[in-house]
Ligand binder design. Structure first.
Ligand code: F6R
Length: 243
Protein backbone atom coordinates (compact mmCIF):
# COMPACT_ATOMS: atom_id res chain seq x y z
CA UNK A 1 0.00 0.00 0.00
CA UNK A 2 1.34 3.38 -0.94
CA UNK A 3 0.56 6.05 1.65
CA UNK A 4 0.58 9.77 0.86
CA UNK A 5 0.40 12.02 3.91
CA UNK A 6 -1.05 15.50 3.56
CA UNK A 7 -1.21 18.43 5.91
CA UNK A 8 -4.97 18.72 6.00
CA UNK A 9 -8.28 17.89 4.32
CA UNK A 10 -7.81 20.44 1.57
CA UNK A 11 -4.45 18.99 0.54
CA UNK A 12 -5.84 15.44 0.74
CA UNK A 13 -8.59 16.51 -1.64
CA UNK A 14 -6.14 18.14 -4.06
CA UNK A 15 -3.82 15.10 -4.11
CA UNK A 16 -6.73 12.69 -4.60
CA UNK A 17 -8.14 14.85 -7.40
CA UNK A 18 -4.72 14.88 -9.07
CA UNK A 19 -4.59 11.08 -9.03
CA UNK A 20 -8.08 10.85 -10.54
CA UNK A 21 -7.18 13.54 -13.07
CA UNK A 22 -4.08 11.58 -14.11
CA UNK A 23 -6.30 8.53 -14.67
CA UNK A 24 -8.71 10.57 -16.82
CA UNK A 25 -5.87 12.14 -18.84
CA UNK A 26 -4.13 8.80 -19.39
CA UNK A 27 -7.33 6.99 -20.37
CA UNK A 28 -10.10 9.30 -21.50
CA UNK A 29 -12.72 6.53 -21.43
CA UNK A 30 -11.83 5.31 -17.94
CA UNK A 31 -14.37 3.63 -15.73
CA UNK A 32 -14.27 5.41 -12.37
CA UNK A 33 -15.69 3.79 -9.26
CA UNK A 34 -17.03 6.59 -7.08
CA UNK A 35 -17.95 7.08 -3.44
CA UNK A 36 -20.26 9.41 -1.53
CA UNK A 37 -20.00 10.72 2.04
CA UNK A 38 -18.20 13.72 3.51
CA UNK A 39 -14.67 12.65 2.60
CA UNK A 40 -14.80 12.94 -1.23
CA UNK A 41 -16.67 16.26 -1.40
CA UNK A 42 -13.42 18.28 -1.58
CA UNK A 43 -11.99 15.90 -4.18
CA UNK A 44 -15.07 16.35 -6.38
CA UNK A 45 -14.89 20.14 -5.93
CA UNK A 46 -11.30 20.13 -7.12
CA UNK A 47 -12.15 17.90 -10.11
CA UNK A 48 -14.90 20.38 -11.05
CA UNK A 49 -12.37 23.23 -10.84
CA UNK A 50 -9.95 21.34 -13.08
CA UNK A 51 -12.75 20.71 -15.56
CA UNK A 52 -13.73 24.39 -15.54
CA UNK A 53 -10.10 25.40 -16.04
CA UNK A 54 -10.11 23.24 -19.18
CA UNK A 55 -7.76 20.60 -17.82
CA UNK A 56 -10.20 17.69 -17.72
CA UNK A 57 -12.74 16.20 -20.08
CA UNK A 58 -15.39 13.79 -18.76
CA UNK A 59 -17.18 13.25 -22.08
CA UNK A 60 -16.07 9.61 -22.45
CA UNK A 61 -15.81 8.83 -18.73
CA UNK A 62 -18.04 6.15 -17.27
CA UNK A 63 -18.78 5.78 -13.59
CA UNK A 64 -20.10 3.16 -11.19
CA UNK A 65 -20.88 4.19 -7.64
CA UNK A 66 -20.25 1.96 -4.67
CA UNK A 67 -23.63 2.03 -3.07
CA UNK A 68 -27.13 3.38 -2.64
CA UNK A 69 -29.69 3.31 0.14
CA UNK A 70 -32.47 0.85 -0.52
CA UNK A 71 -35.84 2.54 -0.69
CA UNK A 72 -34.72 6.07 -1.61
CA UNK A 73 -35.72 7.57 -4.94
CA UNK A 74 -33.25 9.53 -7.09
CA UNK A 75 -34.88 12.84 -6.17
CA UNK A 76 -34.64 12.19 -2.42
CA UNK A 77 -31.99 14.63 -1.23
CA UNK A 78 -30.36 11.88 0.85
CA UNK A 79 -30.05 9.40 -2.02
CA UNK A 80 -26.57 8.82 -3.32
CA UNK A 81 -27.82 9.56 -6.82
CA UNK A 82 -28.81 13.03 -5.62
CA UNK A 83 -25.42 13.42 -3.91
CA UNK A 84 -23.47 12.47 -7.03
CA UNK A 85 -25.56 14.66 -9.30
CA UNK A 86 -25.17 17.69 -7.07
CA UNK A 87 -21.56 17.22 -5.97
CA UNK A 88 -20.06 16.25 -9.33
CA UNK A 89 -22.13 15.21 -12.32
CA UNK A 90 -24.09 18.43 -12.84
CA UNK A 91 -20.90 20.52 -12.94
CA UNK A 92 -18.81 18.50 -15.42
CA UNK A 93 -19.45 17.37 -18.99
CA UNK A 94 -20.19 13.76 -18.10
CA UNK A 95 -22.98 12.05 -20.02
CA UNK A 96 -25.47 11.10 -17.30
CA UNK A 97 -26.21 7.94 -19.33
CA UNK A 98 -22.64 6.88 -18.56
CA UNK A 99 -23.15 7.10 -14.79
CA UNK A 100 -24.26 4.09 -12.79
CA UNK A 101 -25.55 3.79 -9.24
CA UNK A 102 -27.47 0.87 -7.73
CA UNK A 103 -31.21 1.47 -8.08
CA UNK A 104 -32.49 2.09 -4.55
CA UNK A 105 -36.08 1.84 -5.74
CA UNK A 106 -35.75 -1.76 -6.94
CA UNK A 107 -37.44 -3.84 -4.23
CA UNK A 108 -36.13 -7.16 -5.59
CA UNK A 109 -32.66 -7.30 -4.03
CA UNK A 110 -31.48 -10.36 -5.96
CA UNK A 111 -32.51 -8.82 -9.26
CA UNK A 112 -30.84 -5.47 -8.53
CA UNK A 113 -27.60 -7.02 -7.25
CA UNK A 114 -27.29 -9.22 -10.34
CA UNK A 115 -28.12 -6.29 -12.62
CA UNK A 116 -25.48 -4.07 -11.01
CA UNK A 117 -22.75 -6.72 -11.17
CA UNK A 118 -23.55 -7.11 -14.87
CA UNK A 119 -23.40 -3.34 -15.39
CA UNK A 120 -19.86 -3.32 -13.97
CA UNK A 121 -18.70 -6.32 -15.95
CA UNK A 122 -20.26 -4.90 -19.15
CA UNK A 123 -18.23 -1.73 -18.53
CA UNK A 124 -15.13 -3.94 -18.59
CA UNK A 125 -14.48 -3.51 -14.86
CA UNK A 126 -13.37 -0.48 -12.87
CA UNK A 127 -10.10 1.27 -13.70
CA UNK A 128 -9.87 3.39 -10.55
CA UNK A 129 -12.04 2.93 -7.48
CA UNK A 130 -12.29 5.82 -5.03
CA UNK A 131 -13.09 4.77 -1.45
CA UNK A 132 -13.85 6.48 1.83
CA UNK A 133 -13.44 4.64 5.13
CA UNK A 134 -16.19 4.03 7.69
CA UNK A 135 -15.41 4.41 11.39
CA UNK A 136 -15.90 0.65 11.75
CA UNK A 137 -13.63 -0.13 8.79
CA UNK A 138 -16.39 -0.49 6.23
CA UNK A 139 -15.86 0.24 2.55
CA UNK A 140 -18.94 0.78 0.47
CA UNK A 141 -21.54 -0.52 2.88
CA UNK A 142 -19.59 -3.71 3.56
CA UNK A 143 -19.97 -3.77 7.30
CA UNK A 144 -17.78 -5.82 9.69
CA UNK A 145 -18.99 -9.41 9.61
CA UNK A 146 -17.85 -13.03 9.65
CA UNK A 147 -17.03 -13.36 5.95
CA UNK A 148 -15.96 -11.11 3.11
CA UNK A 149 -18.93 -10.65 0.79
CA UNK A 150 -17.92 -11.06 -2.83
CA UNK A 151 -20.44 -9.43 -5.13
CA UNK A 152 -23.05 -6.66 -4.99
CA UNK A 153 -25.31 -7.24 -1.99
CA UNK A 154 -28.27 -5.82 -0.16
CA UNK A 155 -26.99 -5.29 3.40
CA UNK A 156 -28.46 -4.35 6.75
CA UNK A 157 -26.66 -1.28 8.04
CA UNK A 158 -25.06 -1.47 11.47
CA UNK A 159 -26.24 0.74 14.30
CA UNK A 160 -22.91 2.65 14.23
CA UNK A 161 -23.35 3.41 10.52
CA UNK A 162 -26.96 4.50 11.02
CA UNK A 163 -25.76 6.74 13.88
CA UNK A 164 -22.93 8.17 11.74
CA UNK A 165 -25.32 8.90 8.86
CA UNK A 166 -28.18 10.36 10.87
CA UNK A 167 -26.57 13.79 10.59
CA UNK A 168 -27.85 13.89 7.03
CA UNK A 169 -31.47 13.16 7.98
CA UNK A 170 -34.06 15.01 10.07
CA UNK A 171 -34.25 12.12 12.47
CA UNK A 172 -32.50 8.78 13.04
CA UNK A 173 -35.75 6.95 12.22
CA UNK A 174 -35.53 8.34 8.67
CA UNK A 175 -32.13 6.73 8.00
CA UNK A 176 -32.71 3.71 5.73
CA UNK A 177 -31.83 0.41 7.37
CA UNK A 178 -30.66 -1.33 4.20
CA UNK A 179 -28.44 -0.46 1.26
CA UNK A 180 -27.18 -1.94 -1.96
CA UNK A 181 -23.41 -2.08 -2.09
CA UNK A 182 -20.70 -3.42 -4.32
CA UNK A 183 -19.21 -6.43 -2.57
CA UNK A 184 -15.62 -6.65 -1.36
CA UNK A 185 -14.88 -8.92 -4.32
CA UNK A 186 -16.28 -6.34 -6.75
CA UNK A 187 -14.13 -3.62 -5.16
CA UNK A 188 -11.01 -5.80 -5.15
CA UNK A 189 -11.37 -6.41 -8.90
CA UNK A 190 -10.78 -2.68 -9.58
CA UNK A 191 -7.43 -2.16 -11.29
CA UNK A 192 -6.43 0.68 -8.95
CA UNK A 193 -7.83 1.72 -5.59
CA UNK A 194 -7.62 5.18 -4.05
CA UNK A 195 -8.60 5.34 -0.37
CA UNK A 196 -9.03 8.80 1.10
CA UNK A 197 -9.20 9.35 4.85
CA UNK A 198 -9.17 12.44 7.03
CA UNK A 199 -9.53 13.39 10.66
CA UNK A 200 -8.39 12.12 14.03
CA UNK A 201 -11.62 10.17 14.43
CA UNK A 202 -10.42 7.70 11.80
CA UNK A 203 -6.83 7.32 13.07
CA UNK A 204 -7.46 4.10 15.03
CA UNK A 205 -9.36 2.35 12.27
CA UNK A 206 -6.87 3.44 9.60
CA UNK A 207 -4.06 1.95 11.69
CA UNK A 208 -5.96 -1.37 11.79
CA UNK A 209 -6.61 -1.23 8.05
CA UNK A 210 -2.92 -0.73 7.27
CA UNK A 211 -1.16 -2.76 9.99
CA UNK A 212 -3.77 -5.06 11.47
CA UNK A 213 -4.69 -8.60 10.52
CA UNK A 214 -6.73 -9.06 7.36
CA UNK A 215 -10.15 -9.83 8.70
CA UNK A 216 -13.79 -9.32 7.66
CA UNK A 217 -14.21 -7.67 11.09
CA UNK A 218 -12.25 -4.77 9.53
CA UNK A 219 -13.48 -4.99 5.93
CA UNK A 220 -10.98 -2.46 4.51
CA UNK A 221 -8.06 -4.58 5.82
CA UNK A 222 -8.53 -6.72 2.67
CA UNK A 223 -7.00 -3.83 0.72
CA UNK A 224 -3.59 -5.02 2.00
CA UNK A 225 -3.94 -7.80 -0.59
CA UNK A 226 -4.69 -5.51 -3.54
CA UNK A 227 -1.66 -4.89 -5.80
CA UNK A 228 -2.34 -1.20 -6.46
CA UNK A 229 -3.72 0.75 -3.51
CA UNK A 230 -2.91 4.38 -2.77
CA UNK A 231 -4.04 5.87 0.52
CA UNK A 232 -4.18 9.65 0.64
CA UNK A 233 -4.77 10.74 4.22
CA UNK A 234 -4.19 13.79 6.34
CA UNK A 235 -1.80 13.94 9.29
CA UNK A 236 -4.60 13.54 11.80
CA UNK A 237 -5.85 10.30 10.22
CA UNK A 238 -2.26 8.99 9.98
CA UNK A 239 -1.36 9.96 13.55
CA UNK A 240 -1.38 6.32 14.76
CA UNK A 241 0.77 5.02 11.89
CA UNK A 242 4.58 5.18 11.95
CA UNK A 243 5.82 6.25 8.53
C1 F6R B 1 -20.06 5.99 0.57
C2 F6R B 1 -19.46 4.81 1.16
C3 F6R B 1 -19.04 4.75 2.59
C4 F6R B 1 -18.26 5.98 3.03
C5 F6R B 1 -17.84 5.86 4.50
C6 F6R B 1 -17.13 7.11 4.99
O1 F6R B 1 -20.36 5.76 -0.78
O2 F6R B 1 -19.35 3.85 0.48
O3 F6R B 1 -18.26 3.60 2.78
O4 F6R B 1 -17.12 6.13 2.22
O5 F6R B 1 -18.97 5.65 5.29
O6 F6R B 1 -18.04 8.16 5.02
P1 F6R B 1 -17.59 9.66 5.29
O7 F6R B 1 -16.75 10.07 4.13
O8 F6R B 1 -18.88 10.44 5.35
O9 F6R B 1 -16.84 9.64 6.58
Amino acid sequence: MKIIKTENYDMMSRKAANIIAAQIINKSNSVLGLATGSTPIGTYKRLIEMYKEGDLDFIDIKTANLDEYKGLTKDNDQSYYYFMFNNLFKDVNIDIENTNIPDGTEPDSKKECERYEKVISDLGGIDLQLLGLGHNGHIGFNEPQDDFVKTTQCVNLQESTIEANKRFFNDVTEVPKQAYTMGIGTIMKAKKILLIVNGEGKADILEKVVNGPITPKVPASILQLHPDVTIVADEAALSKIKM
